[in-house]
Design a protein around this ligand. Sequence first.
Ligand code: MSP
Length: 532
Amino acid sequence: MSSLVLAYFFNYRKEKERKNMEKEKFYLTTPIYYPSANFHIGHCYTTIIGDAIARYKRLSGYDVFYLTGTDEHGQKIQKKAEEAGVSPQAYVDEIVDNAKDLWKSLKISYDKFIRTTDKEHVECVQKIFKKLYDKGDIYKGEYKGLYCTPCESFWTESQLVDGKCPDCGREVTMVSEEAYFFKLSKYQDRLVKYYEENPNFISPQSRKNEMINNFIKPGLEDLCVSRTSFDWGVPVTFDPGHVVYVWIDALSNYITALGYLSDDDSLYKRYWPADLHIVGKEIVRFHTIIWPIMLMALEVPLPKMVFGHGWLIIDGGKISKSLGNYKDPRDYIDTYGVDAVRYFVLREVPFGSDGNFSEEALINRTNGDLANILGNLVNRTIGMANKYFGGIVENTKVSADLDRALIDEALALKRKVNEYMNDLEVSKSLEAIFDLLRSCNKYIDETTPWVLAKDETQKDRLSTVIYNLVECIRIATVLLQAYLPDTAESIFKQLNTELTGYDTIDSFGGYVSGTKVNEPVVLFKRIDKEKE
Ligand code: MSP
């Protein structure tokens, strides 16, 4: 590379960094997934929602850092690798490659993919463990407990359901070994105070009540944080034979990914504390009890919010790698398209609740909303612009009373979507966008362009009608970029517009009058249920 090109690249990066620094930052994370088997639609669920939030925040002017990754250590992975006759590293490498490919197919715009086997992560976890030990918050003892191997969780007798693991219903075994413990109990009062002072830290509210009643009120027990019965983990530097037990290793990823305690901690300084940790409901307790206490002990600021979402379930039960009741998510992408899958996940289930996943529900959403409402509207509008005006969309400003309601709805959309997204009501924000699209279809039925087209004196009125539709579609599409990036790109191409920014939809009429639209392209074909 010539020095000129290098200098250009360097300046470009500096300029980008400078512009980002002027923006408000937003750091959000998904959990890091266990690469014990290839990922299913449940993992896609969290990651797609995180992606829509990340894209929306970027669109609305934030400097976003979106982190995802894999949680690769532990006994379960070690066992799986043994069964497969490969080393644990080789075992996880293959699944991680597959996961990265899946995220690419789903257009996940993560800024970093962290693996707990990354050298930087391992070194940082070792420093964190040592720091907590030196402080006296980690001590050596003996562990006796009921352990669920598949879930890598210890349980107390009272937490078991019918004597079995409350998460997966399988057998637990009594284990006893020398182990290090983390003094959770020491920080209990400070944690409760943090909950009180930061009422949104645990969201939604129902999850907070669960934490307080089930874990805090009975009193926190110290946590086992090292193991000696397997070696696929981060070694404890000062006590060979011990590996860091999974939650300290896993939770630390949110700061190790930013270079905490490393030579270059610029990302950490810029993005920490996290604005949002998105996690499934079964791991809320780790993120709202162990994680804040770890950070308090490290004297590091606490994240602003942990949002515990529900599960996608199949036939009333959890989608499970071990039950094998699911398809590779790429099968759905290949059959229905990436945005059909994204839309389903984002729209079908209110964020926070459980929701059923089925191919039938996916087809219904795709046909009902994407093909009938969005696809049809764009197709009809562009088709009419081509048919009646050779593609030229002109704002002739021949208005009628019924235009006002549509324009007002279009103008209110940005504020509505923004409020919903700030409250993480992702499904409702999409519903608001689709309400506008529905109103556009109604507007076509009411203005009857095909009747106007027969009357030469109504030509200018017809032109205004089509302009209003095009501008509404543009406004909706600016926002849709966060949810359905491919579809949005295709619509902008069909509309032949570069006015795609968040700041272009504060007023009505941004679409440049006199622009020639392109030929219509079918966005979503109706799916024949029987055939699929
Ligand atoms: N490795 C831990 C997380 C460590 S984070 C510091 C873990 N991994 S996991 O692979 O079992 O689950 C990761 C996430 O995927 C969890 O938030 C979990 O809720 C989510 N999901 C797994 N199956 C799911 C569904 N069927 N539906 C929605 N989310 C699901 O826990």
